[in-house]
Design a protein around this ligand. Structure first.
Ligand code: C5P
Length: 475
């Protein structure tokens, strides 16, 4: 694609402000969001700060609120950088950090008026789709590259957030839009190769059963996170696991074996109640990071993002930030254990949802009320998996609620790509419905969230159901 000049120019004021603080010796205070895109974003800016010779402090938060920003203000920072959130909280930032230079690098819907001390870079202000064509990690990567062309080696991390936010909506599950410009940088630096294949993590490097078991998107009931079942499944369909003493990987399979595996997986998924269309998610563009160690989860772009996501959602975000900064060795071992626990948790939650008939269907939405039974940090991931599996009868959006440890209720909502509900803007609906019950919400058109007071769930859900119906009839 043609480089979007106006958008690229919008990085210059932010880079100038950042550089002026670097030359004054300011400590850079970075706050980022607790998902894969947020961790990759915070990691990129932290690395750019450190390469620029600055000290930095990076923390990862599930949301921005007056308390968190008040605590940051009390640190008396010279410069604050908010990544993967901030645009939805412009007035709060103006109120809590009125005298602090603040850079916002985000791809969520801007709301309110920024203070004069804020420099914001957001693709949505330049007609670029922030839900599909560039993630916050891409924005942070372009920012780092504007600071110094040497930061072009961070391009793979710029893609990790896009994969984490499931922006692989192009043909054959490829990244599209501005993401392809970042891909070009990564390829030119010899850091990236792409091919279309079965999408399981580690397709060149992992034993086949482990590659299938370790993959969480798509999540295959009975096989994901169950390596023992994958071994039995492969034995049953007659795919040898070894050549001599060597374990085979997916890339060792010949075309006939791949076809056989695909068809057996398709039948398995349909038998498990998944929509036949979702089996196409098994094949897609595989993003390989060529300079990462072949046997690690960082070699495959989707697996890298899944690892950062697991670290963030399991409340170990600094492990993920460390990995973005180049930590390997011990940190990788801990991160891999965290991924293991995260997968087991997701598997358990999905069993809880499926066996307990937990999802209610209203006029315009599905509702999953998880209470204390699903971790608030993981309820959004569970919602995405439920939609992606096609086990719900219709394509209505899903709205999930889980109790938050701060006494509020965490809401997550999702719309499946390619459905009739695509014209709806969940971010606006979350904002309006949460605002109506003294909560706060926002996000993208297809993935959004909110925090609302306990006890307000029924009122909130009723409002969302009505707003979805209203937007849908008007679309
Ligand atoms: O938390 P969850 O994964 O469900 O959030 C979906 C999207 O909505 C995320 O991109 C998140 O940043 C955004 N969101 C938001 N404001 C909120 C809650 C979530 O912008 N209050």
């Amino acid at each position: 694609m043609e480089p979007p000049k106006e958008f690229l120019d919008s990085f210059k004021p932010a880079a100038e402000l950042f550089n002026s603080h670097l030359s004054q010796g300011s400590i850079v205070r970075i706050l980022t969001h607790n998902d894969a895109d947020g961790v990759a974003s915070g990691g990129i800016v932290s690395r750019a700060a450190s390469r620029g010779g600055a000290q930095f402090k990076t923390t990862v938060e599930k949301r921005l609120d007056a308390q968190i920003l008040g605590e940051v203000a009390a640190e008396k920072p010279s410069i604050v950088v908010l990544t993967d959130f901030g645009s939805g909280y412009l007035e709060l930032v103006a109120k809590t950090l009125p005298d602090v230079d603040t850079i916002i690098l985000d791809h969520h819907m801007p709301m309110g008026d920024p203070s004069p001390r804020v420099v914001q870079v957001n693709p949505l202000q330049h007609g670029i789709d922030g839900s599909r064509d560039i993630a916050a990690s891409g924005v942070c990567y372009l920012f780092a590259k504007t600071l110094d062309a040497k930061n072009a080696d961070l391009a793979p991390l710029g893609l990790v957030g896009a994969l984490g936010d499931q922006q692989d909506k192009g043909e054959k599950k490829s990244l599209k839009g501005v993401n392809t410009l970042i891909e070009e940088d990564a390829t030119a630096a010899g850091l990236l190769s792409k091919e279309v294949d079965l999408i399981f993590y580690g397709h060149e490097t992992r034993p086949i059963a482990r590659a299938i078991a370790n993959t969480t998107t798509p999540f295959i009931p009975g096989l994901s996170s169950r390596e023992d079942n994958c071994v039995a499944f492969l034995n049953h369909i007659g795919i040898p696991l070894k050549t001599g003493d060597r374990m085979r990987s997916l890339s060792d399979l010949d075309e006939d074996e791949k076809r056989k595996l695909f068809s057996a997986l398709s039948s398995h998924m349909v038998a498990q109640g998944c929509d036949a269309k979702t089996v196409h998610n098994l094949i897609g563009t595989v993003y390989t990071f060529k300079k990462e160690e072949a046997t690690t989860p960082l070699r495959d772009g989707r697996e890298y993002s899944s690892l950062l996501n697991a670290c963030a959602r399991m409340r170990r975000p600094s492990l993920g930030i460390g990995i973005c900064l180049g930590d390997r060795g011990e940190a990788m071992k801990e991160a891999e254990q965290t991924v293991e626990e995260y997968r087991r948790k997701i598997g358990g939650y999905l069993d809880w949802v499926r066996t307990g008939d937990r999802i209610k269907e209203l006029n315009s939405i599905y509702v999953l009320s998880a209470g204390d039974d699903i971790d608030e940090n993981i309820v959004g991931v569970v919602s995405s998996i439920l939609l992606g599996q096609g086990i719900l009868k219709s394509t209505k959006p899903i709205v999930s609620a889980a109790n938050s440890d701060d006494g509020t209720v965490k809401i997550s909502s999702r719309i499946a790509e390619g459905t009739a509900y695509m014209g709806i803007h969940l971010g606006k609906i979350m904002q309006e419905a949460a605002g109506g019950v003294n909560g706060a919400g926002g996000g993208h058109d297809n993935a959004a969230g909110a925090f609302i007071p306990r006890g307000a769930e029924d009122d909130f859900i009723r409002r969302v159901d009505e707003l979805v119906a209203k937007q849908w009839s008007g679309s």
